[in-house]
Design a protein around this ligand. Sequence first.
Ligand SMILES: Nc1ncnc2c1ncn2[C@@H]1O[C@H](COP(=O)(O)OP(=O)(O)OP(=O)(O)O)[C@@H](O)[C@H]1O
Length: 405
Amino acid sequence: MRLDAKALRYMSSDDFRVLTAIEVGSRNHDIVPAPLIAQLSHIRGGGVNRYIGDLIKRKLIASETNSKYVGYKLIYAGYDYLALKTLSKRGTVTSVGNQIGVGKESDIFVVAGEDEEQVVLKVHRLGRQSFRNVKNKRDYFRQDQSPSWMYMSRLSAMKEFAFMKVLYEHGFPVPKPIDQNRHVVVMGLVDAFPLRQITEVGEPGKLYSTLMDLIVRLAKHGLIHGDFNEFNILLQENGEPVLIDFPQMVSTSHPNAEYYFNRDVDCIRTFFKRRFNYESVLYPKFRLDADKDFNLDVQVAASGFTKKDQAQLEKYQEDVGANQNEGETRSDYYDSHEDVSDEEFVYSGDEAGSEEDEGEPSTKGKETADSGDGDDESDSDFIIETDKLGNTVRRRRTPADVDGN
Ligand SMILES: Nc1ncnc2c1ncn2[C@@H]1O[C@H](COP(=O)(O)OP(=O)(O)OP(=O)(O)O)[C@@H](O)[C@H]1O
């Protein structure tokens, strides 16, 4: 799936009203009947059917029949569309660029921001992975029981933005948080390579200590990253790491805090041993009684991402985790995952904050960065080079390399 910027330009305001009406109607209906769409969009007569037909053709909505009537539902592309429209109206996204990556549960694009600078647009796609791993898929579709995939994606984006903001404000090395709407987060572009692509570093011991210090500093602020590994650490040319991706971040007062803390520490120890042949007897241990400098989790709760939201996301993550194939690593996932059709992601309500005209749009596409474990991957798409600090880095070829620039 692509981020279709052109579609944004060509969509009429009536199309948007109809799309927004379907989003609003979805709060109380699995599928929204045409008369309700007409009422919510204030488009009278049979006119609404023409717009509905148009939106179906553009694959922004889908029609479905239940036992009583034919209705319409928003699909991922339509939801993307509404989010992009809102961000472009706010001016935080001014044009759409290329997809630079695909995560387990997200699509990442570089787009132009407010002052034409390059920024990162991350579209959360919960359900991509869980379709394979969650047994009780139906739960997430049934509005009366559990939230939809799109609702969960929105919660995940809210969480990422809330944590990024609080961490950024307290001087942690994270991307600059810029904006968030629905399931989309806009953040600063970090000029760096994921640690996973780095084959050699000048001083592994120094980087190891920096990363362990970061884990400890987070804990002293009441937080555990929960997914602190080579995929979520970007290494800048000056050797300083930047932390991304906070879907599993938990408070140090979480009942399983010690487990999560140790897992983060172990991830780094294992990676350093495997990749750089570096081992140290020194590593941090979790201490519940440690003096806390600050409780950032309290600030996050105050930011609008509530404890209830956190609990809902945690339940989802547990469901995914509990059903994860034993021993499956993230690389295995990348190597084996099949794309799930976007039409399968159906929005079934619970959305908030969708004022009329507050629309915005979509994304997704081909895996371009990081498509397997760096150790096993074919090298033809990569260039090995030495950065200014003498680190050997492996990066994907760009058109500029082909042109010889
Ligand atoms: N702010 C950023 N600046 C530069 N690159 C970024 C940024 N955010 C993400 N990326 C790139 O996109 C990739 C995926 O991002 P991220 O880890 O946030 O997605 P994800 O869906 O959570 O992935 P996964 O769960 O598989 O780690 C990163 O490895 C990195 O290469």
